[in-house]
Design a protein around this ligand. Sequence first.
Ligand SMILES: C[S@@+](CC[C@H](N)C(=O)[O-])C[C@H]1O[C@@H](n2cnc3c(N)ncnc32)[C@H](O)[C@@H]1O
Length: 302
Amino acid sequence: MGNPEFYHTTVLLHEAVDGLAIKPDGVYVDATFGGGGHSRLILEKLGPKGKLIAFDQDADAWRNKPDDDRLIPVTENFKYMRRFLRLHGHSEVDGILADLGVSSFQFDTAERGFSIRYDGPLDMRMDKRSEVTAATVLRTYSEQQLHTIFEQYGEVRNSKQLAKHIVDQRKGTGLQTISSFKAMLGPVMRGNPNKYLAQVFQALRIEVNDELGALKELLQQSALSLKPGGRLSVISFHSLEDRLVKHYIKRGRWDEAGEYEEPVKPLMRPITAKPIEPAEEEQKNNPRSRSARLRVGERIAE
Ligand SMILES: C[S@@+](CC[C@H](N)C(=O)[O-])C[C@H]1O[C@@H](n2cnc3c(N)ncnc32)[C@H](O)[C@@H]1O
């Protein structure tokens, strides 16, 4: 376990909060509270009448909660954002920020099972109340399903062979812990072992937490929850996420097949023509920030 005092180094702090163009009396959402870095800066910019509704599906995040009456914490998946905004009497908001993925705290806590650097259970759930762990995925998914997630979410180069190997071996003891899983993968690993394992773990994490499904829900609900002129500021860490954000911010709708709807008048317009990346200094000080991409959109009147 890492330093217990340290929770998370905020990525693109000023850029993401500036993207919200905060009005002091406004109502804002931080969909991913984590260590509360973005939330604290939003609270600094809000006046006494402002409100911040913060979501995190991991109850551990609230150990960082500032003592502030303007903050409403919600321990739920952000895919239910609209429902909880209504419940708290704020169906329309002035801005929504999301900083996707896991926190350093989650990553560095061995028992959570996110990191290849420690031994621990094959867990990887951000929400400890949910039932599906990485071990469940590895034990119950078909070879084809495993192949697809390793290929799409991890870009693992021999994902077909990896999926077959797991299905052949999974009745043994390989799925008991992270170290036994790593040992089990030995014969199929290709290239740099740490890079290979990081890709496998990333794929499992995205699946266990249905990260792309939750992001789609969040985006879809954003245009419906923002007032005209309201801002959406999203930091993603993976090209599949960034693609969803980019297309959504251009139009603000999907069609029924989950594709981007063309002919209807858009609900959002991009504020950032290109994604904002962390400055060199930030990338040097916080290597995790290297893959971060920020996009900002604005809700337009219908
Ligand atoms: C990268 S951290 C956020 C860090 C935060 N912006 C800061 O400055 O400290 C992401 C956080 O979002 C939470 N999270 C990720 N996906 C979520 C979801 N679908 N619903 C609710 N919380 C989620 C994770 O539990 C984690 O604590």
